[in-house]
Design a protein around this ligand. Structure first.
Ligand SMILES: [Zn+2]
Ligand SMILES: [Zn+2]
Ligand SMILES: [Zn+2]
Length: 349
């Protein structure tokens, strides 16, 4: 992600900030311009920097769940990210509200990436509308597993207990996962949506998909059962980004897609920080790279990966310096690079 700056005092700010720590101004994000606007905290509106239209906060700002700006001054109007919500949990329970706020924050990062990739959220396929939307649901305490995180026909469902870090860490250990985050969930599930929109309806693309990911007509229920009974094949690291990706070609796609978004976001961040990797090593290694290009503008996935791998070595080393788990605990094999290159090509079509 790019770095933002308070336009009033030039203080660097995060995408999530609602006010500037230095000058006290209010901050609001303008989705179409990918800019953070700064305005006096006593004002409720700010002018669009290009059109001069009046902007105000998204309706979810009053619930501490959004810092985006909308051009409609109607109090009920939602930003591009919030208006995709179909269901949100009952906010009269304070714990639901806290979970939901974390979920919305992660979702806005997803939308930032989708905007960078110029990916639409609505498709018309065979005269039918396929539209991205979200259900954030709380489980009935008597049936804690009734709400399943997943995707169907454009709707992404997320059990809000995934926002609870204790619960999430517990599931992560149970499933022997190396990574489990809210943003990761969004990036994975939205992969299923874009498979339906970009791969399934396009015979030529589908053919290439099958060559790389396998036969998607495999029975999903049987594949799921087999995966949880037998586990992944022992050599899965040679061809897959995660063990879950071995379950079915759809899951391989969604897992690889989520990594595609991780890679693009990480490298974009490194680019905006002007990161240069010049390790103090005796021999020349392929770790010497300068992250001096915007990956969203780069055609070659090979070049992106060539710069990304040294970056993972740096961030994992920094994680270890802090005694925490590796930030990117994955190995990207050659078959995975080919899958990533296919995704990179498909999103540019
Ligand atoms: Zn400021
Ligand atoms: Zn919003
Ligand atoms: Zn999935």
């Amino acid at each position: 992600m790019k770095i933002f700056q308070c336009s009033n005092c030039k203080n660097p700010i995060y995408f999530e900030n609602t006010f500037c720590e230095k000058c006290g101004n209010s901050l609001g994000y303008l989705f179409d311009a990918e800019e953070m606007l700064s305005f006096p905290s006593k004002e409720t509106t700010v002018a669009h920097p290009d059109t001069q239209n009046t902007l105000t906060y998204c309706a979810n700002h009053s619930l501490d769940a959004c810092n985006w700006l909308v051009s409609n001054t109607d109090e009920e109007s939602f930003c591009e990210a919030c208006e995709t919500n179909h269901m949100i949990p009952d906010l009269s329970f304070p714990e639901n509200k806290l979970d939901w706020q974390k979920i919305e924050a992660a979702k806005r990062r997803l939308f930032y990436s989708l905007h960078k990739l110029n990916l639409p959220y609505v498709f018309i396929l065979n005269n039918e509308k396929l539209e991205l939307s979200f259900d954030f649901l709380a489980s009935d305490p008597n049936k804690p597993n009734a709400v399943k995180t997943g995707h169907a026909n454009g709707r992404i469902t997320l059990n809000i207990n995934e926002a609870d870090s204790v619960h999430r860490e517990y599931i992560k250990e149970q499933l022997s996962e190396r990574y489990r985050t809210l943003l990761g969930h969004f990036r994975h599930e939205v992969g299923h949506f874009y498979w339906d929109a970009l791969i399934k309806p396009n015979p030529k693309v589908l053919q290439e998909f099958r060559r790389l990911f396998g036969n998607d007509t495999l029975d999903y229920g049987q594949a799921l059962q087999k995966h949880y009974q037998n586990g992944p094949p022992s050599n899965w690291r040679e061809r897959y980004i995660s063990s879950y990706a071995t379950m079915h070609p759809w899951e391989d796609w969604a897992e690889t897609w989520s990594h595609y978004l991780h890679i693009m976001d990480m490298l974009e961040t490194a680019y905006h920080f002007g990161l240069e990797i010049d390790p103090d090593l005796k021999k020349n290694t392929n770790l010497d790279v300068s992250c001096d290009f915007d990956p969203y503008e780069e055609v070659s996935m090979r070049k992106i990966i060539k710069h990304y791998l040294p970056l993972t070595y740096v961030v994992n080393s920094l994680s270890r310096s802090m005694g925490v788990a590796d930030l990117y605990p994955f190995v990207i094999s050659e078959p995975v690079i080919q899958k990533l290159a296919f995704i990179h090509k498909v999103v540019q079509l």
